[in-house]
Write a protein that binds this ligand. Structure first.
Ligand SMILES: [Zn+2]
Length: 391
């Protein structure tokens, strides 16, 4: 079906123009051409885009809140109680739950997902196999990137490290990490870079996911990124400890992050839920200072869901606009340009992080989605629905 959308607002290029789908390919109409359209809609400036990117989630753990209950609501209990459940997980179980969340995210306009997958001696490659099947099943309509993630640690456990190696050999796209949970974070980071170089993959780590202002493994990550010549290929997720630091300390860290070409991924919904649990007054929010990071340093910064309906976070609808609105509240981001930045943090910035072009080009096969909103800030405030004009 050939469809012409007149007066579409393209959010990455920030311009209004006509755009069409002709025989399944993107086409920009020119005057006098002889193309027959089955449907012509004047959008009067509504947003047309390729879809949202959720660049950090955990599809292997999603949708287990009815089975695994976190009584304290802390990160440590979440990790502890997921352990035994993980050991019992089957490929079918992971596939069924992950697919439920993928379909929910898809219906909310997400077309690009990067998921971390726990890999250790207990679960082995069970979840990796399930997610590989889903990566293949949805290949034509959704890009799914798989991160081999050593939640249970590797520095003290060679069997967990061997499992991580196997997961990369089996086709995971990136290697993860969580150095602050180890006795020797520097060793953890060294071991991860060894694997990254062995398989020539990018690195996406959980960094300093805690309220401790002295937790600065980000500096070690920056140092080793430069030592390994991995500038531009490393992603730092969370950075919650920065929320507890004196701003002067943050100011001293950010130039090192920038020099190493590290890109930042903040997970505000889960951070708001898990961090500050030890505070009885003046409860900290635990979200990295993303406005400062993005605006003052220009470091590419994205936001993402992290956990969806599991012991780490009982909430989530796989809707990046929801993540953006939660972030707006959590980071006091409602001022001039803030919501526009947040829209970019769920769209163009994470797409670029995944090596994709956020804006359309003539002749490409790309999703053509319409947001029921005229502006980026309105899309977030009204939690706009996403429409597929080809349906
Ligand atoms: Zn995570």
């Amino acid at each position: 079906m050939n469809v012409l959308l007149k007066n579409a607002y393209l959010p990455a290029n920030q311009c209004v123009r006509d755009i069409a789908s002709v025989e399944g390919k993107i086409h920009f109409p020119v005057p006098g051409e002889a193309v027959t359209y089955d449907r012509i809609t004047d959008l009067e400036g509504k947003i047309v885009f390729k879809g949202f990117a959720d660049i950090h989630t955990h599809l292997d753990k999603t949708m287990v809140t009815d089975k695994v209950k976190n009584r304290s609501g802390t990160l440590s209990e979440a990790i502890r109680i997921m352990g035994p459940y993980k050991a019992s997980m089957t490929e079918e179980d992971v596939l069924e739950r992950a697919e439920k969340t993928i379909r929910m995210a898809y219906s909310n306009g997400t077309r690009y997902i990067r998921t971390h997958i726990d890999v250790d001696k207990a679960i082995g490659l069970t979840s990796v196999r399930a997610l590989k099947k889903l990566r293949e099943k949805y290949r034509d309509v959704l890009k799914l990137e798989l991160v081999a993630f050593p939640q249970e640690g590797i520095a003290e456990d060679p069997a967990n490290y061997a499992a991580l190696d196997e997961a990369l050999a089996a086709g995971c796209d990136l290697v993860g990490g969580i150095p602050a949970n180890e006795k020797d974070p520097a060793k953890h980071i060294r071991m991860i870079f060894d694997l990254a170089k062995k398989y020539d993959v990018d690195v996406d780590m959980h960094i300093d996911e805690n309220d401790d202002p002295s937790s600065k493994t980000i500096l070690e990550l920056a140092k080793q990124t430069v030592q390994n010549g991995y500038e531009g290929r490393v992603f730092a997720g969370h950075l919650c400890s920065m929320a507890s630091m004196d701003p002067k300390e943050v100011n001293a860290i950010l130039p090192e992050v920038k020099k190493a070409g590290i890109q930042v991924i903040s997970l505000p919904s889960t951070n708001l839920y898990l961090e500050g649990r030890g505070d009885t007054a003046r409860v900290r929010r635990g979200i990295a200072p993303i406005k400062k990071i993005y605006r003052e340093t220009g470091i590419p910064t994205a936001i993402a869901s992290d956990n969806i309906r599991d012991p780490f976070n009982p909430f989530g609808n796989g809707n990046p606009l929801e993540t953006a609105l939660i972030t707006a509240h959590g980071c006091h981001m409602g001022g001039v340009g803030d919501l526009e930045d947040l829209f970019d943090m769920i769209h163009s910035i994470p797409m670029k992080m995944m090596g994709l072009h956020p804006e359309y080009s003539e002749g490409e096969s790309a999703p053509l989605l319409v947001l029921d909103a005229w502006k980026k800030d309105e899309a977030i405030i009204s939690q706009s629905i996403v429409l597929d004009p080809l349906k």
